[in-house]
Design a protein around this ligand. Structure first.
Ligand SMILES: CC(C)(COP(=O)(O)OP(=O)(O)OC[C@H]1O[C@@H](n2cnc3c(N)ncnc32)[C@H](O)[C@@H]1OP(=O)(O)O)[C@@H](O)C(=O)NCCC(=O)NCCS
Length: 208
């Protein structure tokens, strides 16, 4: 999208009746990276080896070579899709982010055009807050809304007394990684699968 009039952006906490719309936007954003993440996982050498072993075993039961080859791949893809959508906040977006100090904000362009969202999940230490569910509607991407949301989030966290922001993102979400690293976030850990990092943890200390 070309230039956007940022004075027409407004941000507020999400209402209950907006959850379906926001969930659709999150799903749409997630779909972009979901398939790339699954491809990344199942093409790791150890995953390929596991599928080859299952495929060889299936050859004793199934007559077709193609079917024995495809079944483990399909099962891996279905299993990963189910796993990736397991997050409890996605199942009950409004109630999850209305409790325990959590929040979810929505940003509108020109008052009524939903163009992005971002959520906050405070941690038990009282100093750390997790940034979650950042998404920008695909029609509005690359016009500064992601940066706008990030700044808004950091300012809100600072005002609430938090000292650091953490977030988790998959290694294939290139746009998000560029956004975070350009804004002072650095890798501080990650989640591995079969010895390969699939999700990275980013941290930023907030200057008070
Ligand atoms: C990640 C996301 C929120 C960025 O939102 P955005 O409004 O497009 O971001 P901005 O316009 O503020 O871009 C800021 C910077 O991010 C980086 N960036 C954004 N999109 C990019 C892309 N497609 N490729 C590479 N870098 C990108 C650039 O560094 C950009 O700065 P520049 O335009 O000056 O080069 C958006 O792409 C999105 O919703 N993606 C799908 C959901 C998702 O991945 N969420 C993050 C989960 S952790």
């Amino acid at each position: 999208m070309p230039s956007l009039d940022h004075s027409k952006l407004s941000i507020r906490e999400m209402n209950e009746d907006e959850s379906e719309m926001v969930l659709e936007m999150l799903k749409d954003g997630f779909r972009d990276t979901e398939n790339r993440l699954i491809l990344h996982i199942i093409t790791r050498p150890l995953a390929l080896l596991c599928m080859a072993v299952v495929s060889s075993a299936l050859r004793f039961l199934i007559n077709s070579f193609i079917a024995a080859l495809l079944v483990p791949v399909l099962l891996a893809v279905i299993g990963l899709k189910l796993l990736l959508w397991r997050s409890q906040d996605l199942r009950r977006l409004y109630s999850y982010y209305s409790a325990a100090g959590r929040k979810i904000w929505v940003v509108f362009y020109d008052e009524d055009d939903l163009c992005g969202c971002i959520a906050m999940d405070p941690k038990d230490d009282g100093e750390t807050v997790e940034l979650k569910r950042m998404s920008v509607s695909r029609w509005y991407r690359r016009s500064g809304i992601g940066t706008f949301l990030l700044k808004f989030f950091e300012n809100s966290a600072r005002r609430m007394g938090f000292r650091r922001v953490i977030l988790y993102t998959s290694v294939v979400t290139k746009a998000a990684i560029a956004l975070y690293t350009n804004n002072g976030y650095s890798v501080s850990g990650g989640v591995s699968w079969l010895g390969y990092t699939v999700v990275e943890k980013y941290t930023k200390e907030l200057k008070i």
